[in-house]
Design a protein around this ligand. Structure first.
Ligand code: NAD
Length: 456
């Protein structure tokens, strides 16, 4: 399999992909290794994760450069991802013992009855992952899954393979056995071969289209399936905000990582009384972004990781223009080597346009004026997705009222495009099922076992 730098189109590595027979052998190795790993005391499993964390600290710059070269992410944003990863690992190191300890939920001395819950590992799990934040979306799964005593078959995205192999190497160096964490290399075919194995759970991060296929294939097997899928995340700007600061914050939420975040802001609704001022401030901010060599420290907009996404963006631009939207900046593929798309802002948009309904996953955004909060809520909820949604206002009561009506896994007041390890990360509708992060996101890699104990 060729690994290409999306910023230049140059082939940077060749790796051997796993065919179906190799995937089967890897599954068998993980199945054989799981019970030994589950018997390792949890504190020792946590020690291995702490050593993995140290390996990341030691190799941070090399890892950041590899990530930038294979996904086109600006180098500063690659470093941010690695720094953020350390905080997530710290959360798992601090919380896992508590989340996974045996719970005594009831005691009746008269009947000499005890009721307890233990958290048993699921067994062997498949972790099929996305490329856009490979360290984040991968570690949300494999770190707590390993801590809980599962063996993990980890398939990084074919667009983040080198990063996936770095992760495997560091985990093995840290003491996680090779048959407890097993990388599977390849594209969708390897992913499909992996999810066909008799695993005990499938944990997927990626698009709705792929997630739906995985859920259908797993449905008859009665195994745990968790899907972290896409979004079409809205924000609503009320008339009482500081326009310039709000525009800058939301532009960052829309264009960071060139808009290739599951929780990127993908739609903006603005109270009509401040619409024009907001649009002017927003466009000024976006025009200030430096697009270019992702290795350059000053670059803010990097390359588009997957070439086919350029066609999605072109189609959304053409559709919006045809239906009467006003293009304020950008709108085109940048000619030359690599995959580049100009940061693009539209207004005069509506929900007949793909730009406002379908996930864009690129540096492109529509801004729509709304008359009041009720109209904003209706439009925010007019989507199959439900990952995140935000509101900007000085009025706390108004924010709570709006956010309570919005159908989304995470809601934001005066912030956006944010993930916290302490809070569950989940989606509604086409944004997926299940969750990662928080203590629930540790327990999700276990099966609660109910103990009814009578000491007679
Ligand atoms: P994708 O669906 O194209 O690929 C995801 C993974 O699935 C890859 O590893 C791929 O090789 C594999 N795959 C493809 N076909 C398969 C099949 N038939 N069976 C099994 N595996 C298969 O998604 P992507 O382009 O890697 O990621 C972008 C998408 O991920 C966006 O929609 C984004 O919103 C979403 N995402 C969601 C979250 C979240 O937390 N909710 C986080 C990051 C990305």
């Amino acid at each position: 399999m060729k690994i290409t730098n999306p910023a230049t189109g140059a082939v940077i590595a060749n790796v051997a992909a796993d065919n179906a027979a190799a995937v089967r052998r890897k599954y068998e190795a993980a199945r054989a290794g799981q019970s030994a790993w589950a018997k390792v005391p949890i504190r020792k499993r946590l020690d291995a994760i702490a050593k993995f964390r140290q390996r990341i600290v030691d190799k941070r710059e090399t890892l950041a450069r590899t990530l930038t070269q294979e996904v086109g992410k600006p180098i500063r944003q690659s470093r941010n991802e690695l720094n953020g990863l350390l905080g997530r690992i710290d959360f798992f190191l601090a919380e896992s013992l508590r989340a996974l300890r045996e719970e005594k939920v009831y005691a009746d001395p008269k009947q000499q009855l005890d009721e307890r819950i233990t958290h048993e590992p699921l067994g062997v799990i498949a972790n099929v992952s996305a490329w856009n934040y490979p360290y984040f979306v991968g570690s949300n799964v494999f770190v707590p899954a390993l801590v809980a005593g599962n063996a993990v078959l980890y398939k990084p995205s074919e667009f983040a393979t080198l990063t996936g192999l770095h992760i495997a190497e560091m985990l093995h160096e840290a003491g996680v056995p090779r048959d407890a964490f097993v990388p599977v290399v390849g594209d969708g075919a390897a992913g499909a071969a992996l999810t066909r194995q008799p695993v005990d759970g499938v944990f997927f991060t990626g698009s709705y289209a792929t997630g739906a296929k995985i859920a259908a294939a797993a449905g008859r097997r009665m195994i745990k399936v968790q899907l972290e899928l896409g979004g079409k995340d809205p924000v609503y700007v009320c008339e009482d905000v500081d326009i310039k600061a709000t525009a800058a914050g939301i532009a960052d939420g829309a264009f960071y990582n060139a808009g290739q975040s599951c929780c990127s802001v993908e739609r903006i609704y603005v109270h009509e009384s401040v619409h024009d001022a907001f649009v002017a401030a927003f466009v000024a901010e976006v025009k200030g972004y430096k697009m270019g060599d992702p290795m350059d420290e000053a670059t803010y907009i990097g390359a588009i990781a997957r070439r086919p996404q350029l066609d999605v963006l072109k189609r959304q631009v053409a559709d919006a223009k045809k239906k009467g939207a006003t293009l304020l900046t950008g709108g085109s593929v940048v000619r030359g080597k690599g995959n580049w798309f100009e940061p693009t802002v539209f207004t005069d948009v509506d929900h007949s346009m793909a730009l406002m309904k379908d996930e864009s996953f690129g540096p492109i955004i529509g801004i729509e004026a709304v008359a009041d909060d009720e109209a904003a809520v209706d439009l925010m909820n007019d989507t199959e997705y439900g990952l995140t949604a935000g509101v900007y206002t000085h009025d706390a009561k108004r924010a709570r009222k709006i956010l309570a009506q919005v159908r989304a896994g995470s809601v934001y007041w005066n912030c956006c495009d944010r993930v916290s390890p302490r809070l569950p990360w989940s989606g509604v509708g086409h944004s997926g099922i299940g969750l990662t992060l928080s203590t629930y996101g540790i327990q999700t890699f276990t099966r609660p076992k109910a103990w009814h104990l009578r000491n007679v």
